[in-house]
Structures are given as C-alpha cells and as structure tokens.
Design a protein around this ligand. Sequence first.
Ligand code: NAI
Length: 297
Amino acid sequence: MTQALATHTVVAVIGAGAMGAGIAQVAAAAGHTVKLLDNRPGAAVQAIDGICAQFEKMAAKGKLSLEAAQAAGARLQAAEHLADLFDAGLVVEAIVENLQVKQALFKDLEAVVSEACILASNTSSISITAIGAALKNPQRLAGLHFFNPAPLMALVEVVSGLATELAVATTLFATAAAWGKTPVHAKSTPGFIVNRVARPYYAEALRVLHEGGADCATLDACCREAGGFRMGPFELMDMIGHDVNFAVTQSVWRAFFNAPRFLPSLTQQDLVDAGFLGKKSGRGFYSYQDSALKPLP
Ligand code: NAI
C-alpha cells in the first residue's frame, strides 16, 4: 500500500487566499512544516496570523491542547520568493484560476524543487492534463482539489491527468487521508466530479430566478429546508465567490465545446463585472455589509 508523505516532508502552498490558507492550516495541523507564498505583499503573513487565530480558537474550545495549537502555528512560515520552496516535498498551488498563469508558475517551480517533489494544483476546473503539458516532467503533477472551507470540508478529489503517474496519485490519496480528509480518485474530466455535478444546481436555480419563478431567498430556503442541502445555490455561490464560480462555469462550458446545458449566466457575469463577488466583497446575491444576510432587491 502506498504511504502518505512523512510528517517531516516540507509542504509548500502557493496562494494565500481562501483556499491556500485553509490548505496550509490542514497541512500544519497534520504536522508538516508549511511554507506559504503569495505574490501579494503581506498576504502570506496575514493568512498565517489568521490561521494561528483559528488554532487558538480551537484550543479555547478544547479541540486542541494549547501546546498543540502553538506548535501547529509555529510550523507555518511565510515565504518571500519561489526559491524559498527549494526543500518542499509537496507543493500545492492555489492561485488564480487561469491556465497560462498556473502553467507559468509550475514551469518556474520545476527549476526550484527537487525531482522527487510532487506538484499539485487545487484547481476547481482546469484540466490537469493541460497544466502538465507545459512541464518537463508532467508525471509528478496531479490535482489535489479541496473544498471550501478546506479545514472543515472532508472531501478531497485527487485528480489524475493523462500523464500523472499512479504512484503520485496514490501518495496524494494516502496523504489526504492522513490529514483527516476523505479522498476520492478522479480523472481530469471537465469539472472533475463535484464541480461537474454541481453545475446544473447553480444553472437551474439561476434560470428559475431569471424566469421570475422565485427569489434567491426562497430558492435557497427550499433547497436547504426541504432538499436537505447544507446551503442553497445562491448562498453557496456567494460563499465560493462569483469570480471563482463563474470561471469554473466558463471552463466547464468551453471544455464541453460550448454545450448549451453548461451555458454561463449573464447575471453572474454582471456580478463579476460589478465586483459583487459575494461574501468576500460584502455583496453578491445577498448583502453582507452589516454581517447579516439580506437578500438584495
Ligand atoms: P483567492 O482569490 O482567495 O486567492 C488566490 C491567491 O493567489 C491570492 O491571494 C493571490 O494574491 C494569489 N496569487 C495569484 N497569482 C499568484 C501567483 N502567480 N503567485 C503567487 N500567488 C498568486 O482564490 P481562492 O478562492 O483561494 O482560489 C484559489 C484556487 O483554488 C483557484 O484555482 C480556485 O479555482 C480553486 N478553488 C477555489 C474554491 C473556492 O471555493 N473559492 C474551492 C476549490 C478550489
């Protein structure tokens, strides 16, 4: 049976946004030294402060001992340059959802890390095969797709592209399991598993809204209360971020040669254009200005 990466393996996380910070938290809690890098000045340090505050909260609730919380916080380091990641045994990329930007980053990384280092992308929807095509050694690249918020959501998709070596996928699977997650193997088909299956959930809800069938709050309440979903489609899109969610929809639509069933919504395009990205910007389908969830007119 394939072994998980040993806890002395240094894990690098690139991108200290919503997902990168969450993944860094999971890896540090599991015992790894974690180097967090972001190209926005101060972002990695700010994310580490936030993660340490989370560890302290967990200690206050008795979920962790104070010593364990402090030790986990101390395992997090803000990296300033790509070269600082030289000793990583695993790099998890969680930067902007753009093929060319991700390819450029992984190409630069290949020149920095050892041959044995596993490269992983947290991409929601970009083909792992396509990212790997830019690499000298695409065998060591796989998707390691966490869900938001990464410390709380159990599922992790371990995504194999055409070139991904089986040993890389099985090591990531075992590592995600050792980190307390529930991994599942997936092939690099558009949207992988969950984001493919979830597209109609958002799309049909948006169609009902366009047709004036019901408002967001009613649709969300129906799915949550009667359907048993943890969140309705609009509150979920607001939480994910419309920039991220819309990019996934466009990517799945294009990957299926513009199939009408995956057609992106103009309403979501408007929200992205306006900068109404959901919870993170204070406004999406709902307003979060005074922290209360209020449906917009
Ligand atoms: P975010 O916008 O919160 O964070 C992205 C971070 O990456 C930012 O801090 C940005 O400064 C940094 N960054 C951008 N380009 C960079 C570069 N070249 N080098 C270093 N840092 C760079 O985005 P989020 O939501 O964390 O998403 C990140 C990735 O995770 C995307 O690929 C997204 O599709 C995926 N994802 C997002 C989920 C979500 O619910 N938001 C869920 C699962 C996956």
